[in-house]
Design a protein around this ligand. Sequence first.
Ligand code: MLT
Ligand code: ZN
Length: 460
Amino acid sequence: MNPISPFFLVQLQILLPPASYSLESSVLEGYSHDESSQKAVMPLAVVWPENAGQIAAVLKLCNEQRIPVTARGGGSSLEGNAVPSPGGIVLSLEKMNTVLEILPEDFQVRLQPGVIYDDLNRQLARFGLFFAPGPSSGDVATIGGMVGNNAGGMNALRYGVTRDHVLRLQVALADGALLWFGTRAMKSSSGFDLVRLMVGSEGMLGIVTEIVLRLHGLPERRTALAHFPTLETAAQAVFEVMRSGILPGALELMDAVSIQHLNIFKKWSWPETPTLLFEFHGAPRGIAEELEITRQLCQEIGATTFREAASPAEREQLWAGRKEITRAEQDIFAGHIFFKGDIAVPLSQYVPTIQKAQNLAEEHGLSISAFGHAGDGNLHTTIPALPGDAEACIRAEKLMDDLIRFALSVGGTASGEHGIGLAKRKYLSEEHGAAVEVMRRIKQVLDPNGILNPGKMFLE
Ligand code: MLT
Ligand code: ZN
């Protein structure tokens, strides 16, 4: 029997139409986990509000009843941010998926949080605009989820992460108050920046009900793939290209193991050596020149091949390679637990960090793949381990631990763009020290009863 209290259920029924909530166990099961390897937790109920007023009303009720609320977008979190808090409900923003207003002359869009990244960009393309960050899960990730996580992606190097694009937010607070934060002006020095505070708060300070984003003009693009004999030569190419004054739209790295996984999954035969994916954004003549300078630099440094995408289909293929590494690994290692890393380090430490990962893997007798956003120092790693092999899981956990501590020791962060969620909680204090107490106090002020996604980010 569902442990939801009859009083809470009756109140929910008063607030929401029947199609906007469910207590069905098959439905609850689907919302009990996200894309992370964190243990599933069955929620008491799933609600699908259709407007800000309903969200505010549900929060007010949950606040009075002390029922935890976990907001959910596309459920693509890799750190457990969207796993329901025990004894709580899931508030899914899937039905709030309308682009409300495109303001081409202001380079802005106003939208609901459940809009999917790729759908938004399809609509914006008609106006010659785009929302830049470029998460690899853009076909499922929602803008609300990206705001909650401060998601980055392939284009963050040139345009910035989600936080750099959010101008205004309508937020429902834990007590049901609905407020607007921010301004539509391109800059402001008026008051504390509550928008930047909300972005990346993992649904723990309020629930975003409407968003105003800043956009960029859709540039011409040229895309190229370069294979290198070693990680060092690939890193040198990253450095030399950026030092030449070129700011690529994307600069991605895949190590030999990632390419092996891709080759198996896609039945391709890309050379299994460190590989860089470059994309140049801008006016046609400018990017043609940038591509040629990059080709020359890569060749001088020792790239074994440098191939430009000759058609839109080939460009799609190069990008599919980069974006589908995680899917390839989920497919090849079906049934495994994934120990995933999302560290970011100062650029000079990027290769030492990958080397550290490889050395640790050898030491622990495990296989690790490393790929990521080389241009901004963000490295993703995956270690698959079978759940039945407790000993391998312990070694994988230890490897991740050592790697994250290494990243922190060289001035990096435990999470470049996936958030803290459940998986990275123990590193928050190591990274921020006494500043975590300030974070806790902010949480206490905005959510005194601790109903908003409790158990995430902070170790109890
Ligand atoms: C990516 O860049 O592909 C994602 O952020 C990371 C991942 O899926 O591990
Ligand atoms: Zn990424």
